[in-house]
Design a protein around this ligand. Structure first.
Ligand code: FAD
Length: 657
């Protein structure tokens, strides 16, 4: 019998990025006992890497900005697939959440008259990103950590124990959620806790809690070229699926247009959109600013036609249209892909991003200090003197756990999600800067939702001992030579598979077959290859012991990456149109009929759930809820005609009688 350490809380927050910390602060401020669990060091979440800024319509730099304009930009960026209620809440609440951060101690860059400064970013009509140089995420996370320490000091003053109501379990990975009895008359299958392990010692830990907030971030490590770090293995997505929740929109994966392409060791590392926001322009090997050739019909008229107008726009947005270098990310990434494919790329397979010829060297170093150092140290390129070489990199997943927009609750009672692991907010393509604001707005809402849920319970769902045993078996299974265990279906024993080899194969395959451009045959091929990998992942075998064993950690992450990759590949196969972060070469246009559909991933209901290690996932189309008429009326009828069917537009006040 494996020894298991045990803890009891009111709310478990899994993930200590921006979403997790904001949720934890909210739940703790509502008086609940909260545990924050994160698989990396506290303070080293993905959020810390966010560079460009946090989008909020504060109107500090251009007072024409408002929540309505931000809402419209977000919906346009997502090609009208966003959950409109989330986009509404986000646009309305983001300014308050940014202000609130300053009350926690954040200090954003200022305008000349002392207000929070805001910078341009792709797809945002006005300068809207509150920022701290190009290290905004660091400030955001640092401040929330500071707030957490302040709350712990309050608890110490009240109880003599800093961790009485808020404790951080760092370097602790959650491997399975635990649910209550399926026949509970009030809440069948409600969340009851989680099982994980300390990465350093390998010891197992069981948490009991009636509410869990998943804030585990994205899935980028399933792809070969990515801006994401080792933590992004889709754990929250897979944990939610296995607990009975649904994922939506998993075909929408954002390839950021500007990742580093050289040297190979740094391929994929992000080059912030702030470079273009501050005046940097994209050029091909002929020195041409090619983005003027790639303004799609849906954005025609909204972007400058000439370089002169585009350049004037940086100083005078009232009388000029914005540069097409700042089209939404999906458009720019596809344009770069085409330039490279047609032979106009840079020597290392990217294009050029030039800020050196556009701004004095001192100014570049002041505005973009991290970019300056990143290129100097990693590529020996001085960006104040020469252009950068950049190309698309897998950056963000729009798809995620299906949640109620107001509370963040999934279809599993007590299971909440916020931040990048939640779906819906960004539709088919996220605008830059809208993630940091998403974390704050929906992190707070999920923390509040969880607190309200727990306060309303008359009894707590009990953890099922058999579930704990099964989760413990599953967590330790990679140490057993391949054979069938409880729930396993493969009896064939053998030497076992190496997790690193399988990870590399998965990444290559996802990049090649379900990357930036997709076709039906490639998506089918991906499904087949994933089927083969499924069998091999079950045979993963790691040597050694439980003390800090990275091979074991990866073996556990692999099953999550595989399930999530299946969701991406199957969704990509089903959606026969191109929209946002999903480009089908064989279906190049938008299809208004598809705009009404949402692709939902869930576990197979016919026995697929019996397989403990890798339950079968299924993707099915569902219906999207129509937009509330007052929100629909914020758009011109003529613009909506590019996206909507005529029948859907009858609710618009401008619809011809
Ligand atoms: P994270 O911040 O990644 O936190 C996830 C947490 O979950 C971590 O603590 C991790 O350890 C934990 N975790 C994961 N799995 C487990 C598990 N199984 N058990 C326990 N813990 C687990 N967005 C913007 O809006 N503006 C920007 O300027 C911007 N720049 C970016 C630059 C880069 C280089 C990158 C990569 C992203 C950028 N983004 C930006 C996107 C944004 O940073 C992320 O989408 C956002 O930070 C995600 O926050 P999160 O709280 O959802 O997850």
């Amino acid at each position: 019998m494996t020894e298991i350490e045990r803890h009891d809380y009111d709310v478990l927050v899994i993930g200590a990025g921006g979403a997790g910390l904001r949720a934890a602060i909210e739940a703790r401020e509502r008086g609940l006992r909260v545990a924050i669990i994160c698989k990396s060091l506290f303070g080293k979440a993905h959020t810390v890497m966010a560079e460009g800024g946090c989008a909020a319509a504060m109107g500090n730099v251009n007072d024409n900005d408002s929540w309505q304009v931000h809402f419209r930009d977000t919906m346009r960026g997502g090609k009208f697939l966003n959950n409109w209620r989330m986009a509404e809440l986000h646009a309305k609440e983001a300014p308050d959440r940014v202000w609130e951060l300053e009350t926690y101690g954040a200090l954003f860059d200022r305008t000349g008259d002392g207000r929070i400064s805001q910078r341009h970013f792709g797809g945002h009509t006005y300068p809207r990103l509150a920022h701290v140089g190009d290290r905004t995420g660091l400030e955001l996370l640092r401040t929330m950590q500071q707030r957490i320490v302040a709350l712990q000091q309050d608890d110490h003053a009240a109880t003599g124990d800093y961790e009485a109501r808020l404790r951080v379990f760092a370097e602790c990975t959650v491997t399975e959620l635990l649910t209550g009895p399926p026949d509970d008359p009030d809440r069948p299958g409600a969340v009851a806790g989680a099982l994980g392990y300390w990465r350093e010692s390998g010891r197992l830990v069981q948490f009991s809690a009636p509410a869990v907030v998943l804030a585990t971030g994205g899935i980028g490590k399933s792809f070969q070229v990515t801006s994401n770090s080792w933590e992004y293995t889709g754990d929250g997505h897979a944990l939610a699926l296995r607990a009975g929740a649904e994922l939506i929109d998993m075909e929408f994966v954002q390839f950021h247009p500007t990742g580093m392409v050289w040297p190979p060791s740094v391929k994929g590392i992000l080059v912030t959109e702030g470079v273009r926001g501050d005046g940097g322009v994209l050029k091909n090997s002929d020195g041409k600013r090619f983005m003027f050739d790639y303004v799609p019909d849906v954005f025609k008229g909204q972007y400058a036609d000439t370089e002169d107008e585009a350049d004037r726009w940086y100083d005078d947005q009232e009388n000029n249209r914005r540069t097409p270098d700042l089209l939404p990310r999906d458009e720019v990434a596809r344009a770069i892909n085409t330039e490279v494919k047609e032979g106009r790329g840079s020597p290392h397979g990217g294009v050029y991003l030039d800020i050196a010829s556009r701004m004095p060297a001192d100014e570049i170093r002041r505005r973009l200090p991290s970019m300056y150092h990143q290129f100097k140290e990693l590529a020996d390129v001085d960006i104040t003197a020469e252009p950068m070489e950049v190309g698309p990199t897998c950056h963000y997943v729009m798809g995620g756990i299906h949640v109620d927009p107001d509370t963040g609750q999934s279809r599993v009672p007590g299971l909440f999600a916020a931040g990048e692991c939640a779906g819906g907010m960004h539709g088919s393509n996220r605008l830059g800067g809208n993630s940091l604001s998403d974390l704050l707005v929906f992190g707070r809402r999920a923390g509040l939702g969880a607190a309200d849920y727990v306060s309303g319970l008359d009894h707590r769902p009990a953890v099922q001992p058999a579930d704990v045993d099964a989760a413990a078996w599953m967590t330790l299974a990679p140490f057993d030579p391949p054979s069938a265990g409880p729930g396993g279906t493969d009896a064939a024993a053998g030497a076992g598979e190496n997790p690193y080899t399988l990870h590399a194969e998965l990444q290559r395959m996802m990049n090649d077959l379900v990357g930036i451009i997709r076709t039906e045959s490639e998506a089918r091929d991906a499904q087949e290859r994933l089927g083969e990998l499924r069998g091999r992942v079950r045979q993963v075998f790691v040597e050694g012991h439980r003390q800090y064993n990275p091979g074991w950690h990866l073996a556990l992450d692999l099953r999550n990456m595989l399930m999530v990759s299946e969701a991406v590949a199957s969704s990509a196969l089903l959606r026969t149109e191109s929209r946002g972060g999903h480009t089908r070469e064989d279906h190049p246009g938008l299809d208004p009929e598809w705009r009404q559909r949402v692709l939902v991933t869930h576990l197979a209901r016919d026995g697929g759930t019996d397989d403990l290690v890798l339950p079968q996932v299924v993707v099915e189309p569902g219906e999207r809820a129509p937009m509330r008429p007052d929100l629909l009326a914020l758009f011109d009828h003529a613009e909506l005609e590019k996206y909507y069917t005529d029948a859907e537009l009858t609710a618009h006040p401008g619809h011809p009688a």
